[in-house]
Design a protein around this ligand. Structure first.
Ligand SMILES: NC(=O)c1ccc[n+]([C@@H]2O[C@H](COP(=O)([O-])OP(=O)(O)OC[C@H]3O[C@@H](n4cnc5c(N)ncnc54)[C@H](OP(=O)(O)O)[C@@H]3O)[C@@H](O)[C@H]2O)c1
Length: 296
């Protein structure tokens, strides 16, 4: 063991201002996570690659919600030099980095494996896996010295099960970040750095809305979710804030799945009459019917 065991934090104590970097936080889940930490009084760094105006709007909103400070940084995290510079700029702006949330992600939907292009593979693996890993490495190099830090990777249920709406590249990237989370947690645990992944299923946002432009898809997806609801970005954000709180001090190397309990996808598919799901349509899927809701 390289580090001293840390003292047990008071789980009821407020965390105090912390330096938080959320990659890909100009919209969607990343935006919600940044604003949730802002509401805790943290210093939040907003990262974007193309949409500067949206990122600046998030930074303004963060300050109005109580952030101690906010900053906006452009960086394409798939480029290792930019990923590590992003971390360094956060450290300079806030005097350190306590929490890194690797949220930036892209997918190339509905690209069949037989047609999959090298360009798509490189793009998806570059952002969703390489970007996350090298941001984590950059942040961890600061965290180990202070014996304090939290790294949270935003994965996907495509990393633990199959979604017909996503390609082999996205499945591979998300499965890999899940296992990289475990390996990082083991290597960084002795330095009091916690590493976990949040694994969302369908989460409201422009990508999901595009997917659900056909009402029957929404019906089919909801029919496979025991809680019968699509997650909101705030649901993911609440879990991120918890994972970086004193109450979660002994949680590391874990995958926190947030998908309304939709773990019975195959069972529903094969035995639609026996599953625990509550069909949302009046009749529900018939035996053997293609309930192509998929999971993200
Ligand atoms: N939405 C879902 O249903 C769902 C389900 C499971 C998992 N997830 C995961 O959750 C994360 C967020 O998803 P989302 O739906 O909220 O995404 P989104 O709305 O598409 O937003 C993506 C964010 O990432 C940024 N980004 C894209 N490429 C980047 C790059 N190379 N470097 C830095 N930032 C980059 C974008 O910035 P610009 O605006 O500047 O382009 C944007 O802020 C992803 O990792 C995704 O795989 C989402």
């Amino acid at each position: 063991m390289d580090g001293e065991p840390s003292a047990r934090p008071d789980p009821t104590a407020p965390p105090g201002p912390r330096a938080v970097l959320v990659t890909g936080s100009s919209r969607g889940i990343g935006r919600a996570i940044a604003l949730a930490f802002a509401g805790e009084g943290a210093c939040v760094a907003i990262n974007y690659v193309e949409n500067r105006a949206a990122a600046e709007a998030v930074a303004d909103e963060a300050r109005s919600l109580g952030a101690a400070a906010s900053a906006v940084f452009q960086a394409d995290v798939s480029q290792v030099a930019q990923a590590q510079e992003l971390v360094e700029r956060t450290v300079v702006a806030f005097g350190g980095i306590d929490v890194l949330v690797n949220n930036a992600g892209v997918s190339v939907t509905r690209e069949p494996f037989l047609d999959m292009r090298e360009e798509s593979w490189d793009r998806v693996l570059g952002v969703d896996l390489k970007g996350a890993v090298f941001c984590a490495q950059g942040a961890a190099r600061h965290m180990v010295g202070r014996r304090r830090g939290w790294i949270i990777n935003i994965s996907s249920t495509s990393g633990i099960s199959y979604s017909r709406w996503q390609g082999v590249h996205y499945h591979g990237a998300k499965a890999a970040i899940n296992h990289a989370t475990l390996a990082m947690a083991i290597e960084l645990g002795p330095y009091n750095v916690n590493v976990n992944a949040i694994v969302p299923g369908f989460t409201a946002g422009y990508r999901t809305e595009e997917h659900f432009r056909y009402p029957e898809r929404r019906e089919a997806a909801l029919s496979q979710i025991p809680l019968g609801r699509i997650a909101e970005p705030d649901d993911i954000a609440a879990a991120a804030v918890f994972l970086a709180s004193p109450g979660a001090w002994n949680i590391t190397g874990q995958l926190i799945v947030i998908n309304g309990g939709a773990v019975a996808y195959i069972r529903d598919y094969v035995f639609p009459d026996e599953g625990l799901h509550r069909p949302r349509s009046s009749e529900g899927p018939a035996r053997g019917e293609d309930v192509s809701g998929g999971l993200t």
